[in-house]
Design a protein around this ligand. Sequence first.
Ligand code: PBG
Length: 325
Amino acid sequence: MERTRRLRASRTVRDMVRENHVRVEELIYPVFVIEGKNICNPVNSMPGICQYSIDRLGEELDRVVQAGVRAVLLFGIPEHKDEAGSGAYDDNGIVQQAIRFMKREEKYRELVVIADVCLCEYTSHGHCGLIRDGIILNDETLPLLAKTAVSYAKAGADMIAPSDMMDKRVEAIRGALDEGGFCQIPIMAYSAKFASSFYGPFRDAAHSAPGFGDRKTYQMDPANGREALREVEEDILEGADIIIAKPAMAYMDIIKEIALNYNIPIAAYNVSGEYAMVKAAAQKGWIDEKKIVMEILTGFKRAGAKMIITYHALEAAEWIKEENH
Ligand code: PBG
C-alpha cells in the first residue's frame, strides 16, 4: 500500500529525503553605506538594519564575516543629490569609497562585493533615470548607468547589479564594462522587478522615494507574469549572468517560471517590506521568527532560486549552522 508517511517517520529519514536546503554560501546581505562620519543609523522600519558611514562599516562587515556570509549587496546614500544623480558615477562617491575600503582591508577582501547600480538614491527627484518634462528618459539614462557600473568596477566591485529597469541597460553596461577592461565582471540583473509596495522600508533606508509619481512607467505591473519572462529573455540576450526576481514572496511563481524556462542562476530578492512584516510580527510574539524565516528562505529554493538576497542573512546563517530548524 502506498504510504507517503513512511519517509516522514523520523528526523534522520526526513533529512535524507529533504529536497532543498538553504546554504550560507548562497546568501547575499544588503548593506547601506552613508556619507559622513561616525554614523550607525538604525532604519526604523527594518529592525536590525542600519546605515553605516565608512569609518564604522567594519562593525557590520565583521558580523558578516563572523556569520560566514560571503557576499554583500552595497547601496549608497550620498550627502548631495542632483537632477542627474552624479553621485552615482563620481569616482569618489560613497559606494566607490566603500568598495575600496573593503578591498583594502585584508579581512573583508574575500567578500563578494555586489554593487547595486541605480540613480534613485542619487537624484534629487528620486527617480531611477533622467527626467525631462516629467518623463523618465530611457536612452539618455543608459550612459550614466554604464558610467556608474564602470566606476564601481574600477573601485574593485566583483559584480554589478543594475536595478533601474531602463530598457537596454544590461547591453549598455556590458559594453562599457568590456570596453573598460572588465569583461570578467558578471552582471546580476534585476530583470523581473515589479513596481511593488514591498519596497517601502527600503526607500526610508536608502532615502530614495520618488519625489513625484511612482515607478510604474519603468518597473513592471505586479499582475504580469508573462511580461517578466520577456524581461528575463531580453536581459539574457543582452548579457546578464544572473537574474534577480524581486520581490520574492508574493512572486514565487515568477521564480519558478524563470527556473523552468532558462538555464541561468536566479537570485530571489527577499525585499525590505517582506523583512519588515516578519520582524514586526515576531516582535509582537505572534510568530516564531526563526522557523518562519527558514521556511520562507527554503520556499525560495524550492521555487528554483539559486541565491537569496535577504536582510535576514546574518541571523539565518547562524540558524543554518545550528541546523535545528
Ligand atoms: C533601487 C532599488 C530599490 C530596491 C533595490 N534597489 C528600490 C526601488 O526600486 O524603489 C528595493 C529593495 C528592498 O525593498 O529591499 N532602484
